[in-house]
Design a protein around this ligand. Sequence first.
Ligand code: 5GP
Length: 117
Amino acid sequence: MTIFTKIINHEIAANRVYEDDFTLAFHDIDPQAPIHILVIPKKEIADLQSCDGETVSYLLNAVQLVAKKMKLDEAGYRVVINNGRDAGQEVEHLHFHILGGTKLGHIHHQDRTKSAT
Ligand code: 5GP
């Protein structure tokens, strides 16, 4: 059982912001931005590669709802999936990070320069 399933089952406390039959959203315990929320499927799905398209769409719908609820929808926010070992995925239960509440540093500039050469 993953740590996130324990959160779903209320075995571990979390600061929940949204819940429906398929998804749960809660504040990250170690926020990397003023607002840092994780959106997860209630079903234990290890990563994006093992997730069907319908579930992805439920999760993205939940991301939209959470962003609106947290008033991030106008100013913007970032959605991150650390998928697999090379991406540094720590919890093997698919999760979308929602980061916002401030102007976030751009993550592409350096990579773009490198790939152009
Ligand atoms: P990953 O590195 O797998 O993409 O992200 C895992 C995230 O889960 C991390 O940002 C970490 O802070 C968060 N996290 C790990 N354990 C807990 C927990 O018990 N409660 C909450 N709310 N977040 C957790």
